[in-house]
Design a protein around this ligand. Sequence first.
Ligand code: FE2
Length: 268
Amino acid sequence: MKFIHVTDLHLLPEGGALWGLDPFERFEACLADIQAHHADATFVAITGDLTDKGDAAAYQRLKERLARLPLPCHLILGNHDDRANFRAVFTDRPVDDNGFVQFAFDADGRTLLFLDTLKGPPSSAGLYCPARREWLAEQLDAADGKPVYIFMHHPPFGIAHPLMDKIMLDDPEDFAEILSGYDVRHIFFGHGHRAVSGVWRGIGYSALPSTNHQLPLVGGSVETVYSDEPPAYAVVHLSEEQTIIHNDAFLDRRPARMPVEAERDDWH
Ligand SMILES: [Fe+2]
């Protein structure tokens, strides 16, 4: 199964710049690239911070654009989102019995779980409260032994980034406890505004740059808190044996400085 991971759109209600970059224009370029090169993907998953300030008008813009995307697109929330405004616009999207924007579906013999880690202002950290944990425990049981893949905005672990690690998921030990004993293969998350990958308690994980602004790996390596580094989306291939993740920097792909006919023989 092949799908696309995108994260941290930070869309604004109107056009214009956020930290000097136009988030909608960049999201548009991202979708155009996906449509041009990955029309065979099963779906697109966007792991939160859909908007920058949670405005209903920004969700409306997103909804109108996704209506023209010829791929299903699964959405979850980040700390910059507003659950009530999201639900008021995306009225047909699944929520759990408590109104959290989390849902599950099976695809190709796997169970995919999309989690709502939104805590709410003024905190930028994530929260996975007992009601949400109960939902997750039920879904893990319902997976009935199938491999599980999780999508969430906040990582339930530190990523060795001093700023990000202050605003990771609260109570990570409680979260880890729920997953224990299940065949959870990978966690796809956002929030970090960086490409990050690794293994946590035997579970693979990956995160991506935002489609808009990034967070420098080393604070102070640029003058500003955020940085202008290449955005990317991820192309993910899942099989029983393997999880393959390619990051593609869609705005920074240019021909090499070489003749177009060079290196086209059977050099490989
Ligand atoms: Fe973000």
